[in-house]
Design a protein around this ligand. Structure first.
Ligand code: ADP
Ligand code: MG
Length: 250
């Protein structure tokens, strides 16, 4: 078991943003996490990464209880994430932004630079390495966010809406990038509203609604689940997904 959440609950005042969610993630998995806005997906991620302390429940990383460890300690242990709202250091260059991730593993700037260049090549940003991060458009910022996470050499990468705001072509390129990342042996948990992304990439999908898990299964199973259609997908999106499966295109 690479990453495990046991009965995680996160309350804000009297409000339960995440309500008793458990999840077991094995090495090599690609798990999709879907649900309407406000369902608790980002809050769940924040509890996994240590950006938030859960109100109750536990998080295990490689068998170790990390519930009370901060994000940097969890990153040391192999957990990386991208933020839904990219957090670039605007005044710094693209490669300097990525070196921040690489410094987790080495204090030597030459080693960090080499690692940063390696992940910039993987993420298609190497030509922009010396440009200011502020010069990147939306697709570039999303890739920079992923590159900084990859530079920490993670075992598991959590992507929070890493493809929001991309064009259809850019989404296809981002799907290819996620496949390349998975081929490196990195386990992935993906929060995404674009169903095409979830259907193409995820082996198992968990559906959140009002802090609860309401369904779990293959993309085909959850997109045909009546509770998921009622709470999130709607009939039209479910029909589109079903057509995709019938054509074998998904
Ligand atoms: P999702 O990522 O699924 O859209 P979030 O996890 O961001 O959902 O939010 C879940 C719910 O928790 C929302 O109702 C949101 O307003 C609330 N919430 C998130 N963070 C906080 C916070 N720091 N304080 C109070 N409420 C919050
Ligand atoms: Mg969110």
């Amino acid at each position: 078991m690479l990453l495990e959440a046991r009965s995680l609950t996160k309350t804000f005042g009297a409000f339960k943003a995440v309500n008793d969610v458990s999840l077991r993630i094995n090495k090599g998995d690609i798990i999709g996490l879907i649900g309407p806005n406000g369902a608790g997906k980002s809050t769940f991620f924040n509890c996994l990464t240590g950006d938030l302390v859960p109100s109750s429940g536990q998080v295990f990383l490689n068998g170790q209880d990390v519930t009370h460890l901060g994000p940097e300690q969890r990153a040391q242990l192999g957990l990386a994430r991208s933020f839904q709202v990219p957090l670039s250091f605007e005044g710094m260059s693209v490669i300097e932004n990525v070196m921040i991730g690489a410094f987790l593993r080495s204090a030597d700037p030459a080693v960090a630079r080499a690692k940063a260049m390696e992940v910039l090549t993987l993420t298609g940003l190497s030509a922009m390495c010396d440009a200011p991060a502020s010069s990147l458009g939306t697709p570039g910022r999303k890739r920079l966010e992923i590159a900084r996470a990859l530079a920490t050499d993670p075992d598991v990468l959590l992507l929070d809406e890493a493809m929001a705001g991309l064009t259809a072509t850019e989404v296809q390129q981002a799907i290819a990038l996620v496949r390349d990342i998975h081929k490196l042996g990195i386990t992935l948990v993906i929060v995404e509203h674009i169903m095409e992304v979830i259907i193409s990439l995820a082996e198992q999908v968990i559906v959140f609604h009002q802090g609860h898990e309401i369904a779990r299964g293959t993309p085909q199973e959850v997109t045909q689940n009546e509770h998921v259609i009622a709470a999130y997908l709607g009939k039209r999106a479910a029909a589109t997904a079903a057509r995709g499966f019938a054509e074998g295109g998904a």
